[in-house]
Design a protein around this ligand. Structure first.
Ligand code: F6R
Length: 606
């Protein structure tokens, strides 16, 4: 997740662009830059650091010109270096672009361009786009055609804005699976990743859909379809947000915003290049023993991994909490450990990496922050590209880690010949389906979750239960509930209940069950048995269940219906619903949701 901004104005744009970058900084802040057409040529300044740090070196405001693009970066491909910062020029410096997203086929496209003599200055996927546009232009000699042809050849997710000295009064911008919005005003138009970039200048906006592109100058804009270049008439909407709400993308808290970011961040993980997934998957095959390790939420992500490796690859991969790893595991050089960390700085996880590395084990990681300690300490790292997670509790980062793990497990399944390539691809396609589904579910169902939270706002003690893969989902959901509501919420395997915890159940104890899809027959019936055990002690039961579970619904005190979906995706849908449930429960209690007490975003102490 990065922030892009472009402005066409009657007046010099540098200070407006700088302001827009400051407003977009929450989308990424490891480096930034600006390119402005100054009447003769495109001037470009960029460097590493947050927006104010870079501005104090590069002095953006001194740049002249009335048309410019800018970018604040959250690295996904290539380290945090001045060369990898945006904007990126084409080799001939006639085109310059900013990009948010991942071009998943960039390596193949880059190889083709290198063979034609294009030179690359960075390790980014984005620079490939600038050169591809140059290449297309050399064939057709028309900027719009070159822009469209190039984008049609690139796969993945993107929001791109481009300037060119061939047509210096126009900004070209396009989107697929990454956000892009237009802001319109008298004599100045804006294109950016979100309205936050221009909300202090104009509240009139135009929403751009996937595979649409825009041509923008200082007093006009045109939206067209990328596939056939047909013009689309767009409505201008008037946004009522104040500045603070705009920073949270219109949401009342970052937690809610980050939950709603998930369809996009989930899709992003599906554009991670296959080679990166393969590199880590091979370690699970090459080493006789592997482990998944994280702590807090990332431990529950690791636990979900244990179920996925078992299901897709017929391989037992124990998951271990990072704080216990050094004392519990006699590590050796025949092992491989996959670590998870949003911040990349967690002390317990770093100590576990140290133990693994000292023993000569192979290490790999899935990390959100490029340049973080953990990303540098493991042998191989996948950057999840979820963008900054500002709320202290983890939501979108955890879901992305699970989806990356899902893809690694599928690949291990293929390498171990437990799945054919076709079967693995079919499962992967379901993850695309999941990001569409979750978008619909979050938008359409969150009102019901809010009502459920209201109806249970008097509850002070919770048991969260599930079986199979729903067990780590229940554990993670209980942790989320504890973190933001400070209520007692105990996660446990539903089958474990009768071995002791049932003693606590009476009419004052509330249980939240993560019921599987009915098609998971065994899991469904064993979970139902636990529900009956609670009901028999007059305990109150709430469950996530599917539409056709009328018989179950009759047993429940409250329920939330999960839209009919593939059984494999049901646990993920329930996890997202449980995030919302924690959020609305904390909202009812009037708590400081984005900064809960006694928690830090990055736990760097032991
Ligand atoms: C839960 C949460 C913590 C972190 C844990 C690990 O919402 O935020 O439990 O998951 O401290 O942090 P990272 O992922 O940064 O290593």
């Amino acid at each position: 997740m990065c922030g892009i901004s472009a402005i066409a104005s009657h007046k010099p744009v540098a200070s407006l662009l700088l302001k827009s970058l400051q407003n977009l900084e929450y989308r990424g802040y490891d480096s930034c830059g600006m390119a402005i057409f100054d009447d003769k040529e495109i001037m470009l300044r960029k460097n590493i650091g947050n927006v104010n740090e870079v501005n104090s070196i590069e002095r953006f405001e001194e740049m002249q010109g009335q048309l410019g693009i800018a970018h604040t970066r959250w690295a996904t491909h290539g380290g945090v270096t001045p060369e990898n910062s945006h904007p990126h020029f084409s080799s001939d410096q006639k085109f310059v672009i900013v990009h948010n997203g991942i071009f998943s086929n960039f390596q193949a496209v880059k190889a083709g361009l290198e063979a034609k003599g294009h030179q690359f200055r960075s390790q980014t996927d984005s620079e490939v786009c600038a050169n591809l546009i140059q290449d297309e232009y050399s064939i057709c000699q028309d900027v719009e055609t070159a822009f469209c042809n190039a984008l049609m050849k690139l796969d993945g997710s993107y929001a791109v804005a481009m300037l060119t000295s061939y047509q210096p009064n126009t900004i070209f911008a396009v989107k697929k699976d990454s956000p892009l919005v237009l802001g319109v005003n008298d004599g100045v138009n804006f294109v950016s990743s979100d309205m936050n970039a221009f909300i202090s200048e104009t509240r009139d906006a135009v929403l751009i859909n996937d595979l649409e592109y825009v041509l923008v100058n200082n007093d006009n804009f045109q939206v067209k379809k990328l596939l056939d270049r047909e013009t689309i008439t767009k409505q201008i909407i008037h946004v009522q947000w104040d500045k603070e709400t705009a920073q949270k993308g219109g949401f009342s808290h970052y937690m809610l915003k980050e939950i709603f970011d998930q369809p996009q961040t989930a899709r992003q993980t599906l554009h991670i290049p296959a080679e990166e997934i393969d590199t880590i998957a091979r370690k699970f095959v090459d080493k006789p023993q592997s482990f998944c390790v994280g702590v807090g939420t990332t431990y529950y992500v690791a636990m979900i991994g244990t179920y996925l490796f078992s299901k897709f690859a017929d391989l037992y991969v124990p998951s271990i909490s990072a704080d216990e790893f050094p004392t519990l595991v006699p590590v050796n050089a025949n092992q491989h450990v996959l670590f998870f960390s949003q911040s990349g700085e967690t002390y317990d996880t770093r100590m576990a990496i140290r133990a693994a590395t000292t023993a000569g084990a192979a290490t790999s990681g899935v990390v959100n922050v490029v340049g973080s300690s953990i990303s540098q300490e493991v042998d191989d790292c996948i950057f999840q590209g979820s963008g900054p997670e500002i709320c202290v509790v983890s939501t979108k980062a955890a879901l992305s880690q699970i989806l990356i793990l899902w893809q690694i497990a599928l690949r291990v399944g293929v390498l171990r010949k437990r799945l054919t390539e076709e079967q693995a691809e079919a499962h992967r396609q379901q993850l695309f389906e999941f990001s569409r589904l979750i978008e619909k579910v979050i938008n359409e169902e969150s009102g019901f979750i809010r009502d459920l939270a209201k109806n249970t706002s008097h509850v002070r003690n919770w048991l969260f239960m599930g079986r199979g893969i729903y067990y780590p989902i229940a554990m993670e959901s209980a942790l989320k509930m504890k973190e933001v509501t400070y209520l007692h919420a105990e996660g446990l395997p539903a089958g474990f209940l009768k071995h002791g915890t049932l003693a606590m159940v009476d009419e004052n104890m509330y249980s939240l069950f993560f019921l599987p899809n009915r098609q998971d027959t065994d899991l469904f019936h064993t979970t139902l048995m636990a529900i009956e055990e609670v009901k028999a002690r007059r305990g109150k039961v709430i469950a996530f269940c599917t539409q056709d579970d009328e018989e179950v619904q009759n047993m429940l005190d409250h329920y939330f219906v999960i839209p009919d979906t593939d059984p494999e995706l049901t646990p993920l849908v329930e996890m997202v619903m449980a995030q919302l449930f924690s959020y609305y429960s904390a909202l009812n209690l009037g708590l400081n949701i984005d900064k809960p007490r006694n928690l830090a975003k990055s736990v760097t102490v032991g």
